[in-house]
Ligand binder design. Sequence first.
Ligand code: MRU
Length: 348
Amino acid sequence: MNNIKYDSVRPIHWRDDALVLIDQRLLPGAHEEIVCHDVEATAHAIREMVVRGAPAIGITAAYGVVLAARARHRQAPATWKQDVEADLELLAGTRPTAVNLFWAIERMRRLIQTLDDDPAPALLQAARDLHEADIEANYRMGALGAALIGSPCAVLTHCNAGALATGGYGTALGVIRAAHAGQGITRVYADETRPWLQGARLTAWELLQDGIPVTLVAEGAAAHLMKQGELGWVIVGSDRIAANGDVANKIGTYNLAVTARYHGVKVMVVAPTSTIDMNMPAGDMIPIETRDESELLALQGQRVAAAGARAWNPVFDVTPAELVDAIVTEKGVVKVPDREKMARLMAQ
Ligand code: MRU
């Protein structure tokens, strides 16, 4: 029994021998679940954003490996280890930017190499452990990040780095939950987050599920909001942090960091160490996912852009380390990140 408050949302479940996901494409209008019985359905759910957010993608992939190995072992007990490689590749090919996906698959791959008989029990236990550890890491980051805020102020968050994007509780929203519980936040602003509206649909929904008031702003309102002087921090998550402290996150994060520096607003990035990619020397080498232009040209299936207009839809950007005031991880806080400080954190 823990004493964590404001913690009601869980996007991923293992139930009746299958993976069950809240369909985040439908929130907040409908609360429906999708059941994945095989690795193909799991990969489809990640690619199509039924489940999204870096840690949640990693956890989902880990359960996907359980489904894959179980099926391969049933089909061909002698060759399942070789056969399952194709499934790991299928999962790895779903989304390119969030490193938690590759991190989770690699951990499961290493475990597979040690298994002989029915692999499902050991793999399921590993996926469950990874899921549980993510939630624990979020509780720890919540406390560490809330302690950084200082005197009560308003905060702005971007995209959804909440319970829905993780095993539960969230990274950026974990800090906001903890700070709200400690009365360290005067108001939570959420960017709408074009074009998927993770802010308007998901962040607003999950904060309200826990009774935390939220004020939505249009993406373009951030500079004007910062000029009012009420905002102390921009608090965001990350999809991949490079070895020099550069941060890939939802498109628009870089705009916010540039604007925040100009206005004297601080930037906090909250991410577990599974999001830190020490094999990626700098942010400009991080693969940035570009999604279909239809996501920009239409809203909920209804064309809004002028007929004939084309769109460019990169869905992440990279904020240089020099614009980040603090990276909060479960292992500790790195203030004003650089290569040396990141290496020291990861050596712990
Ligand atoms: O495209 P999405 O919705 O998967 O993007 C999610 C984000 O950019 C989050 O900020 C990031 O994954 C951190 S989630 C704790």
